[in-house]
Write a new protein. Structure first.
Length: 463
């Protein structure tokens, strides 16, 4: 059996070994998922699915510390934030259970034309089929929850392919589901190379593909899926924030600090581009750089660490190159700007890099926040909307008219008012537009995506 080592992003220590599946083994997993779903005599009734998920909540709640260490060890997210991730994951299962109780169709009006007389009609939801889930490294447990649990909740079989850097969380979730009573074949995890991963995503036996990761890979797979396969993509953004001159700085600075440096900026909606009115730029620049400079950067398993390692050394090299290029383009480093080690980079704030700098046009996915001065808010909107990505955005202001204008003008699927761009709760719709993605996630929204609606029309002379 082929295996790979899973190592800590901080110091490279081995934290686990997992099976590495061949193309043939992935095909076997696909065949099993398909035959399991098609075996209607052994389909899981809703009450059984509810019981399994309730059991899962109980099991996970008894293992919070172990799951936190597992998640932090392989992913590099600080211990304090990894514990929050596990609590979110437990709540995500609860949300699925709650949604199952209201997951229903509706009556379709009949009888208002002669042709529809003596009929009544109702829609109801059925599972779409086999779900293939390709996941990312940055929230290894909670992303697995968001891709696997909605599938189980609606009655789909599911195969998850986690990132090779962080496979243990997804594998653990599948193991816990089995412990909770889920029969074999309904949930599987495969760790494999891109060739086998492409087979999983594009097999004609797959009915739904949920992909979280790079836009390049996601849009490629979207072009290759089998006819009829429904697709949901979640890519990155370059989240813009507008800061008006009446913003409450006592609320702004902690929000930007958390939103920009949470998980070392390795979040698809991390605060990255902050457009600040010229009248308050000096104060915002000073206070944000002071706040960033005080963040504790280090080993993710240290309970005091606020900014952990990048996922690998190449990412540190890339971020260093982008920061240096931003400085050459006219940007001024206010704090940070340098690597601490092969795995750590300082929390960095850069003032006014060129709009043409790499860091202004692309997702940094690292602990870097850029500040840009503006005078006319319409110009700020145009600059914020200039990129092909569109995810979450934000506006800080005390003026309700300005806030509503920003909600209207900023390109994004969500606009936060007086909060950072990385805000999320797991029952809200979450996803990118334009190049940032396709479809909307969130537990309930994923359940809808993984279902198909069927119409029943009843004809009777007594109606």
């Amino acid at each position: 059996m082929s295996t790979i080592e899973v190592t800590s992003p901080f110091d490279g220590k081995v934290v686990g070994n997992v099976k590495f599946s061949s193309v043939e083994e992935v095909q076997t997993a696909i065949d099993l998922a398909h035959s399991t779903f098609e075996d209607h005599k052994n389909a899981l009734p809703k009450h059984k699915r509810v019981q399994i998920l309730e059991n899962l909540v109980e099991i996970m709640s008894s293992q919070i510390e172990e799951l936190t260490i597992l998640c932090a060890s392989e992913g590099g997210k600080p211990y304090m934030d990894s514990k929050v991730e596990i609590h979110r994951a437990i709540n995500g299962v609860k949300l699925a259970i709650e949604a199952m109780g209201t997951f229903e169709g509706k009556e379709i009006a009949m009888g208002h034309t002669v042709s529809s007389a003596n009929r009544m009609a109702y829609t109801f939801k059925e599972p779409i089929g086999v779900v293939a889930a390709v996941s990312a490294f940055n929230h290894p447990f909670n992303l697995a929850i968001h891709q696997v649990i909605p599938a189980i909740a609606v009655g789909c079989s599911v195969i998850i392919k986690p990132a090779t850097q962080t496979p243990m969380s997804a594998i653990k979730l599948v193991e816990l589901l089995k412990e909770a009573g889920l029969p074999d074949g309904w949930a599987q995890a495969v760790v494999c190379d891109r060739v086998a991963g492409e087979l999983l995503a594009t097999s004609p036996k797959i009915n739904f593909l949920t992909f979280i990761g790079s836009g390049k890979v996601g849009w490629y797979l979207n072009s290759k899926v089998a006819n009829g396969t429904r697709v949901a993509l979640e890519h990155g953004g370059v989240a813009p924030v507008i800061v008006e001159k009446d913003a409450d700085l006592d609320e702004l600075i902690p929000a930007l600090t958390k939103g920009g440096f949470y998980h070392a900026g390795q979040v698809c909606v991390s605060v990255q581009r902050v457009y600040v009115h010229k009248d308050i730029m000096d104060e915002v620049a000073k206070r944000l750089s002071d706040s960033a400079s005080k963040l504790i950067v280090g080993d993710q398993l240290d309970p005091n660490t606020e900014v952990g390692p990048l996922i690998n050394h190449n990412e540190v090299n890339r971020i260093e190159e982008w920061v240096n290029e931003a400085v050459k383009s006219g940007g001024k480093v206010l704090t940070g700007g340098k690597r601490i080690s092969d795995s750590l980079f300082e929390a960095t704030v850069i003032l006014n890099p060129s709009d043409d700098a790499i860091i202004s046009k692309n997702e940094i996915f690292g602990p870097v926040v850029c500040l840009y001065t503006y005078d006319d808010i319409e110009v700020a909107f145009d600059r914020a909307n200039a990129l092909e990505v569109s995810f979450q955005a934000a506006i800080f202001t005390k003026n309700i008219d300005t806030a509503l204008l920003a909600v209207k003008r900023l390109s994004g699927t969500a606009v936060m008012v007086n909060d950072h761009t990385a805000f999320r709760v797991d029952w809200m719709p979450f996803g990118g537009a334009k190049a940032s993605g396709l479809g909307m996630g969130g537990i309930h929204h994923s359940m809808i995506e993984m279902s198909k609606e069927k119409l029943m029309v009843i004809k009777s002379p007594v109606l």
